[in-house]
Design a protein around this ligand. Structure first.
Ligand code: ADP
Length: 632
């Protein structure tokens, strides 16, 4: 039994292939985690790094409280089950299961007890004297599972354990493994390319693509709230229908049009609460997604209707799938076109080829993605809300409130689009708001706050008391003012970057050897930033050398840190202060270090032209620039 923590894990193979990028997640004790994605997306590599069969290039892996990057596989308390069972053919089932325990020199009686217990759990007691070749694929996979569970591992890793089995057996073994997880009360991590396996077994699923995590969520949330088009298309059968189209808001209605069809749906604007306004003026192409089960051949099932032309029907027994095209004029309806659609229909539904039918659409399950980035345009936690604002005489009129603008925001009088990030809204004392909804989004408390005629979003702490009416603050350093698409006032940049290098130095240290203090040669490390040098702990230096290789000392590094993680002092990096931004409650010095600009949190009233800045290598992200890998 153990929790796991993967923090900014990378894998770069010796040939330069970046197989896993910046993989971070917390796995709680007893979870059943599934890594899923198409072949080559980095699932097995991640699993093998957890097992210790593959070195971790960068990042930190903890099992329980222990960092295990450099712990041998056999000392990680992990058991792994592979697709090909990897049983010893000349040994009996009993011996196969006992083998690892004998190597560990466990007492004979204990080995016997563990093997018999595992055999009982897996229903293979009667095969204990048989050799693997006398058994079926499913039975052999049970033996492989048995060999893993006799070790009472803290974590069970399973790499496509069912892919050698036929479909029927795979189904049976799927539920066996779920039951086994329940019985053993151990953390399971399971790799598969099969989304059905992932959906039926995982308590949480990690969807991967090309070495990047796409989404980590429960099966239900992946299905209901896919964060991007890839996840939406990967999860669910048949695949979600996608259409290119546009959204245009007119008062309380949003007109949804599908390209190259006559489909036009007039949806209430309330369905678009979380959608950025930038998508609602028709200027951006979007991809509209709707699952087959959220369309109906009964035109009265849902309030929105559209016509389509049937191409063929697939009878599945329990129901059927109608293949059709919203482009009723289309000549070519064989194969994929951006207007084809699959509709779930009752079993036994029959239609003529080319028949025009009217279907209805359940827009409560609409998914919309940016056509370029393919990200959802209505994420569960919206990144920002854009509202109308008017600046007049140093004051900002916003949602029926008047906010005195701090000196740092010197916008001229006029009308603006004001972008307010969710991270800028917190409970406070300035602006009255009504709580219209509280949602739990993967453990985070998201409030929908009505202010004037708009809804803002805020994440609040677990222990904060929230009534029906609250007061909120808007962090003005995070807002952005634009006019006709042109940014007039940028938010304060909260992620600073400074170039750095690591150096090693020969030093002499005093060490106690056999009771005597002796001077011995040693190595010390520094981070060199502009004209300053900072001590770099052995822990950080090791991470940089392990991840970046021996030639890390020739490589360009970037330090990333917030304005609160850099301090003004007597010594350090020479910087020139360009200006001080006064945001009322806080002030920031905009400083030049050569060509680079950093923002530094300073006391109000701060006034200096030339300063020295200090950083702490322990608390910042350190990135190897060339390969774009976070090493620390
Ligand atoms: P998956 O398990 O999702 O199918 P893998 O983790 O096996 O994917 O592989 C991820 C990527 O890394 C693939 O592009 C694969 O070709 C590559 N890869 C795997 N092993 C090695 C290796 N030893 N050397 C170089 N590239 C590798």
């Amino acid at each position: 039994m153990a929790s796991l923590n993967l923090s900014h894990i990378y894998k770069v193979y010796p040939n330069g292939k970046k197989a896993v990028n910046d993989f971070s997640m917390e796995i709680a004790d007893k979870e059943f985690i599934v890594f899923v994605g198409p072949s080559g997306c980095g699932k097995s590599t991640t699993l093998r790094m957890i097992a210790g069969l593959e070195d971790i290039t960068a990042g930190e892996l903890r099992i329980g409280d222990v960092v295990v990057n450099d712990v041998e596989p056999k000392d990680r308390d992990i058991a792994m089950v592979f697709q090909n069972y990897a049983l010893y053919p000349h040994m009996t089932v009993y011996e196969n299961m006992a083998f690892g325990l004998r190597l560990r020199k466990l007492p004979k009686e204990e080995i016997d007890r563990k093997v018999r217990e595992a055999a009982e759990i897996l229903g293979i007691t009667e095969y204990l004297d048989k050799k693997p070749k006398e058994m079926s694929g499913g039975q052999r996979q049970r033996v492989a599972l048995g060999r893993a569970i006799v070790r009472s591992p803290k974590v069970m890793l399973l790499d496509e354990p069912l892919s050698n089995l036929d479909a029927k057996l795979r189904n049976a073994m799927r539920s066996e493994i779920s039951k086994l997880h329940h019985k053993l009360q151990t953390t399971f991590i399971y790799v598969t390319h099969d989304q059905v396996e992932a959906m039926t077994m995982g308590t949480r699923i990690v969807v991967m693509r090309d070495g990047y995590v796409q989404q980590i969520d429960t099966p239900r949330n992946l299905y209901q709230y896919p964060g991007n088009k890839f996840v939406a298309g990967f999860i669910g059968t048949p695949q979600m229908n996608f259409f290119e189209g546009k959204l245009v808001q007119e008062g309380d209605v949003v007109h949804i049009t599908f390209d190259n069809t006559s489909v036009q749906l007039d949806a209430p604007v309330s369905l678009f609460n979380k959608t950025s306004r930038a998508y609602l003026d028709g200027s951006k192409k979007v991809i509209i997604g709707l699952r087959a089960e959220h369309l109906s051949v009964n035109p009265d099932a849902h309030p929105y209707r559209a016509k389509c032309r049937v191409s063929h029907v697939e009878e599945l027994g329990t129901d059927c799938q109608v293949y059709a095209d919203f482009n009723t004029e289309s000549e070519d309806i064989v194969g994929e076109s951006p207007t084809t659609v699959i509709i779930k229909a009752p079993a036994g539904s029959t239609y003529d080829v080319d028949q025009i039918i009217e279907v209805s659409l359940d827009l409560n399950h609409l998914h919309i993605f940016d056509a370029e980035t393919e990200e959802s345009i209505a994420p569960r936690i919206p990144s920002e809300v854009v509202v109308d604002g008017v600046v007049k005489g140093g004051k900002l009129q916003l949602l029926g409130n008047t906010i005195v603008l701090p000196e740092a925001i010197a916008a001229e009088d006029g009308e603006y689009d004001v972008a307010i990030p969710t991270s800028a809204v917190s409970l406070g004392e300035d602006i009255a708001a009504k709580v219209v909804e509280e949602e739990n989004v993967n453990g985070q408390r998201l409030l929908q706050l009505q202010v004037g005629d708009r809804v803002l979003f805020s994440i609040v702490g677990d222990d904060e008391q929230v009534g029906a009416s609250v007061k909120i603050n808007i962090d003005l350093k995070q807002i952005k003012l634009s006019r006709e698409g042109e940014v007039m006032q940028q938010p304060l940049n909260l992620v600073n970057t400074l170039e750095a290098r690591i150096s090693k130095h020969k030093v002499v240290v005093e060490k106690e050897i056999n009771g005597k203090v002796k001077k011995v040669p040693d190595l010390a490390f520094t981070l060199d930033v502009a004209d300053a040098v900072f001590d770099c702990s052995r822990r950080i230096a090791l991470r940089l050398v392990n991840g970046g290789g021996q030639n890390i000392f020739d490589k360009k590094l970037n330090l990333q840190f917030s304005p609160y993680q850099i301090t003004v002092g007597e010594e350090g990096i020479s910087a020139t202060v360009e200006k001080v931004l006064d945001y009322g409650k806080e002030a920031f010095a905009v400083c030049h270090v050569g060509e680079q600009v950093v923002n530094v949190s300073v006391e109000k009233g701060f006034d200096a032209a030339e300063i020295k800045l200090s950083v702490d290598p322990e608390v910042m992200a350190i990135i190897e620039v060339d390969r774009n890998i976070r090493l620390a």
